[in-house]
Ligand binder design. Structure first.
Ligand code: SAM
Ligand code: SF4
Length: 339
């Protein structure tokens, strides 16, 4: 019987078992905190083929990765992405060195009505859907042109397909801070967990973001006026800290990269759709795995390149909004690195 590979350890002894893979930089929306309105997307030749994405994913699995999350851009706008989902899905539950514990997805939901059943059939069990408000007009404002209808229909399709849905909401001062109560209540009715995320200063978005930043410590104290939040030790393998909402019976998570150092237990690295590996969301150090792949490297050389990159994983990010120069802390957009 083959056994599980021992996971790669970074210089700080953290086991790297979680790979986030951005399958495209393109998106059908333009969320104000994520993209500029006139984003330029990558030429096709720069983007890894689905086969290349699979080969890299498999190399990571062979090095102890047990969880893969597909993201983007909007992963479901990539043509034939379901092929990759099926190929990786076939490895779920295979308890040996070519197996995965979990394959999952982060999506804006717009294409879910079409894809949800296929995702479930491929072995996906839970997905994250980003939704910052339930107000249709505000949704359009926040996404610059999106309509909330397809996202809500997509979420309903995911639920009907048996996928556990977690809603991700980016908290923005003066924008959606009055929407959280409605989101908590709605998630309770629907049977979804909710996760609030602090805005991170990533990429030029054509607007000033120092005004958007809303510390979740403040939000949590405000929520406590209306909801009873009970501490839990629930973890999903991601950086969120969860509380039980007594009134709804569901959970609420807080991802606080800005106020709380969430790096100590970091188990993940991020692969962009161009094959660049970022060892930290908030740092620029990277490894060009596309160059390795396209140089005709064999599996041993590919594995060696991944190990070398992990040996450079930094201890933590330094997200500080450069207020004087109004620069993002990290120049690349979240849609490139994959959130
Ligand atoms: N398009 C998909 C979606 O929206 O879920 C997947 C990619 S998106 C980049 C992944 C997550 O990153 C989303 O939940 C989004 O809200 C979040 N995100 C994007 N830009 C962000 C930023 N500057 N700060 C915090 N979260 C951000
Ligand atoms: Fe697109 Fe997701 Fe970025 Fe919004 S957050 S613009 S949906 S990639």
């Amino acid at each position: 019987m083959s056994s599980l590979p021992s996971p790669m350890l970074d210089p700080f002894g953290r086991a790297i078992t979680y790979l986030r893979v951005s399958v495209t930089d393109r998106c059908d929306l333009r969320c104000v905190y994520c993209m500029a309105e006139d984003m330029h997307f990558l030429p096709k030749k720069d983007v890894l083929t689905l086969e290349e994405l699979e080969r890299l994913s498999v190399a990571f699995i062979g090095l102890g990765t047990r969880k893969i999350r597909l993201t983007g851009g909007e992963p479901l706008v990539r043509r034939d992405v379901m092929r990759l989902v099926q190929r990786l899905g076939a490895r779920i539950g295979v308890g040996a060195e070519q197996g995965l514990d979990e394959l999952t997805l982060t999506t804006n939901g717009s294409q879910l009505a079409r894809c949800a059943a296929g995702l479930a059939a491929a072995g996906m069990r839970r997905i994250n859907v980003s939704l910052d408000t339930l107000d249709p007009a505000k949704f359009t404002l926040l996404t610059r042109w999106g309509k909330i209808g397809p996202t809500l229909e997509g979420i309903a399709a995911a639920k009907a397909a048996g996928l556990a849905v977690k809603i991700n909401t980016v908290a923005m001062k003066g924008v959606n801070e009055d929407d959280f109560d409605a989101l908590i209540a709605w998630c309770g009715e629907q049977g979804f967990d909710l996760c609030l995320i602090e805005t991170m200063p990533m990429g030029e978005i054509g607007e000033d973001r120092t005004d958007q930043y809303l510390p979740l410590s403040v939000v949590r104290s405000r929520l406590r006026r209306r909801w009873t939040l009970d501490e839990t030790d629930y973890r999903t393998g991601g950086p969120a800290r969860y509380f039980g909402v007594r009134e709804t019976g569901r959970r609420i998570g807080f991802i606080t990269p800005m106020t709380h150092n969430f790096c100590e237990s970091c188990n993940r690295v991020r692969l962009t759709c161009t094959g660049t590996l970022f060892m930290c969301l908030g740092q620029d150090d990277q490894a060009d795995l596309r160059a390795v792949l396209r140089s005709g490297a064999d599996d041993a050389a590919l594995t060696a390149a991944i190990r070398e990159a992990i040996s450079r994983k930094p201890k933590g990010h330094d997200f500080i909004i450069d207020r004087r120069h109004d620069q993002p802390a990290v120049a690349r957009h979240m849609s490139m690195t994959g959130g």
